[in-house]
Design a protein around this ligand. Structure first.
Ligand code: DLL
Length: 435
């Protein structure tokens, strides 16, 4: 079902007209109300009236995460504080988080975009959504919560953690959809299997998974072990939260980005130059309707490809491929670029391994080295060390053949790799540790 038939299927020319109108209004407001934007535009000698076409977006300065941090906590807000009804914040692993505000209208728009996403996943009033994204400053919990309510679903605000209880409620409350990170979904699947609950026999039909990179191989794993369709949902705190885009159930290939609310570009990671459609680069997003925290050309650090070809679902909004990685998650091991998702794909194609893994990076002298930690499936573990060594050697060879790096592969017993409650920690970097 399409939630907002008019806006989701707008002919491209009308969509472009609407985008230009909203872009010009956003740029003007940013220039007039946020010192950071005025200074950045003045430095480039760009004035709001220079934006005459959508292509002129490239005249505008980029906004980078560090600059948002420099303006902590309220420097980027474009409305007086009495218009702000909610704050969220990005996780801020290094230092201060980025604090993002929402007006009442921002929350309504967010809810509507969320409703579009859940409808695109085949849901409608009468469905129940078990929401296992964390509630709090993280946008996942409240974001999917608002989405479900805006569509008229029954939302079960479970939040993350208490994994046994998650399984009990999935069995007892009979939700038809669940939302969480894909890595946490795996954790729940494992717990259910331990407790003897077969998720495939429950009414659950769709999983709304995102907030971290994952692969087609992981989709297959989750779909087959849960008996559901698993769909990829994307978003980020700086632009709103979840529901910036989602895969539709019909296409399951690329995430529709709601272009009446966001102008999306794909740029060369190094030069920042816009790339033609179909080329892989960094996703850059400008908000078109955000009131409290408008954003000009945010460098997301997420790497993907934009696909403008029409989708069989009838939506006209551009599709973005899966995020293959983040520029800051890219490891460079002896000169070769590698993303954790590339390793994930290889591990998950190896049937005797279980899908729990973590990478460690070390520095010996001037050389970086990679260790891949992964768990054996219980039958593999039962076959003994010799057999496991042979599997490890095979994985090591596959990684060398497909990615081009030499690494150590260590196979562990079940439970050795830390389980995720939200976003999985895929890389432990020992390079800057003091000896
Ligand atoms: O993760 C918002 C969200 C919540 C999205 C629930 C989807 C579902 P942040 O914590 O600010 O916000 O993290 C944003 O997470 O820049 C990506 O690197 C990554 N990310 C989000 N969705 C996906 C996805 C939320 N579907 C950062 N695939 C983004 C890959 C994703 N990475």
């Amino acid at each position: 079902m399409i939630f907002d038939i008019r806006n989701e299927t707008l002919p491209r020319e009308e969509l472009a007209e609407l985008q230009l109108h909203r872009l010009r209004a956003t740029v003007l407001r940013c220039y007039e109300t946020v010192t950071f934007y005025r200074e950045a535009m003045d430095e480039l000698e760009v004035k709001p009236h220079h934006i005459q076409s959508l292509a002129d977006v490239k005249l505008l300065p980029f906004t980078k995460k560090e600059q948002l941090r420099d303006n902590y906590p309220y420097g980027m807000f474009a409305v007086p504080s009495h218009h702000v009804v909610r704050l969220h914040a990005s996780s801020g692993t290094s230092g201060k988080p980025v604090v993002v505000g929402h007006t009442r209208r921002d929350l309504v728009n967010w809810g509507e975009m969320g409703a579009r996403c859940l409808a695109a996943a085949g849901l409608a009033p009468g469905d129940r959504l078990h929401n296992a994204y964390g509630y709090g400053l993280f946008t996942g919990g409240l974001g999917l919560h608002g989405a479900g309510e805006a569509l008229g679903l029954t939302v079960i605000p479970m939040s993350g953690g208490q994994t046994q209880k998650q399984v009990m409620l999935l069995a007892d409350l009979a939700p038809t959809a669940m939302s969480c990170t894909p890595s946490y979904a795996l954790n729940i699947v494992e717990e259910a299997e331990k407790l003897g609950v077969d998720l495939r026999k429950l009414p659950l039909k769709v999983g709304i998974f995102g907030a971290e990179p994952w692969t087609e191989e992981m989709r297959y794993e989750l779909e087959s072990r849960m008996g559901i369709d698993a769909l990829d949902i994307y978003g980020l705190t700086e632009l709103m939260g979840p529901s910036v885009g989602i895969e539709c159930l019909e296409g399951k290939k690329g995430l529709h980005i709601w272009e009446d609310h966001f102008l999306v570009e794909c740029v060369d990671i190094d030069t920042g130059e816009p790339l033609p459609p179909g080329e892989k680069g960094e996703v850059v997003i400008t908000s078109l309707t955000r009131e409290a925290f408008p954003m000009l050309r945010f460098r997301t650090r997420d790497i993907a490809v934009l696909e403008p070809a029409p989708c069989k679902c009838g939506r006209t909004h551009v599709r973005m491929s899966r995020i293959t990685g983040r520029t800051d998650d890219m490891l460079i091991i002896r000169g070769v670029n590698v993303f954790p998702t590339q390793v994930e794909a290889i591990l998950m194609r190896t049937e005797t391994l279980s899908p729990f893994y973590q990478l460690e990076v070390f520095r010996e002298g001037h050389l970086d080295s990679l260790r891949v930690n992964v768990e054996a499936s219980p039958p593999l573990y039962a076959k003994g060390q010799d057999y496991m060594d042979r599997v490890a050697a095979k994985v090591k060879k596959d990684i060398k053949d497909f990615i081009g790096i030499s690494c150590e592969v260590k196979i562990h017993p079940t439970g050795a790799v830390e389980r995720s409650m939200g976003k999985a920690v895929r890389v432990v970097d020992h390079r800057n540790e003091k000896k």
